[in-house]
Design a binder for this molecule. Structure first.
Ligand code: GAR
Length: 207
């Protein structure tokens, strides 16, 4: 069995992190680009990283039995110093892909040119980049909201789209209700997008 290691980075609640681990751990996959070679593949999460010592996601990691490394950006004088330290934390482990999951920092080329990363954003990019995406999408005249998963480069919420999906707006719905439905869409979309980015298909016969 081949193991693919993923590292998840988050800054707060960590609900997508938990959902990704619970959806993809202890399953068997194969590489859909390599049909000759039907080697079984498993996905592992050797550790997570947060830049926020008070992130609720740290308790979720404990519950999941996954180590959470804390690297506060406040301990560094600038973005590049922080990114160098982040890279160093990951460098000792063979990591296939870094999963940004509510990680609220823009990464510099120091990080992005060294590690392949993907990110989830709660809008149909390129609309509503930034931290108020759900609110702006809710307040807009659009008749739907959505979620995007994209490759990460050094542009905020930039990078090529891997998967997008949308939900219709419901007339009279509260912001909280809309937000809840966006998060449910995220829980469906992110694991699928990760498998797409890794060219993996879940095996029907196992797990
Ligand atoms: C998610 O809605 C994610 O799309 C968003 O942060 C939330 C994290 O929630 N990310 C961004 O806005 C990135 N620009 P979670 O910590 O409960 O997974």
């Amino acid at each position: 069995m081949k193991t693919i290691n993923l590292v998840i980075l988050f800054s707060g609640n960590g609900s997508n992190m938990q959902n990704i681990v619970e959806t993809l751990r202890n399953k068997v996959f194969f590489n859909n680009l390599d049909l000759e070679n039907k080697d079984e593949i498993e996905i592992a999460f050797p550790f997570c990283i947060t830049n926020n010592p008070n992130a609720y996601g740290i308790s979720r990691c404990k519950e999941l039995g996954i180590e959470c490394k804390v690297l506060s950006h406040k301990d560094f004088s600038g973005r590049e110093e922080f990114d160098r330290a982040l890279l160093k934390l990951i460098a000792g482990t063979q990591v296939e892909l870094v999963i940004l999951s509510g990680f609220m920092r823009v990464l510099s080329p120091i990080f992005t040119s060294n590690l392949k990363s993907i990110n989830i954003h709660p809008s149909l990019l390129p609309k509503y980049k930034g931290i108020k995406a759900i609110q702006e999408s809710y307040q807009s005249d659009d008749n739907h909201g959505g979620v995007s998963v994209h490759w990460v480069n050094d542009v905020l919420d930039g990078g090529e789209i891997i998967l997008q999906d949308c939900i219709p707006k419901i007339s009279g719905e509260s912001l909280e209700g809309f937000q809840k439905r966006i998060h449910h869409l995220e829980y469906k979309l992110y694991p699928k997008a990760i498998l797409k980015a890794l060219n993996l298909t879940q095996s029907n016969t196992h797990g």
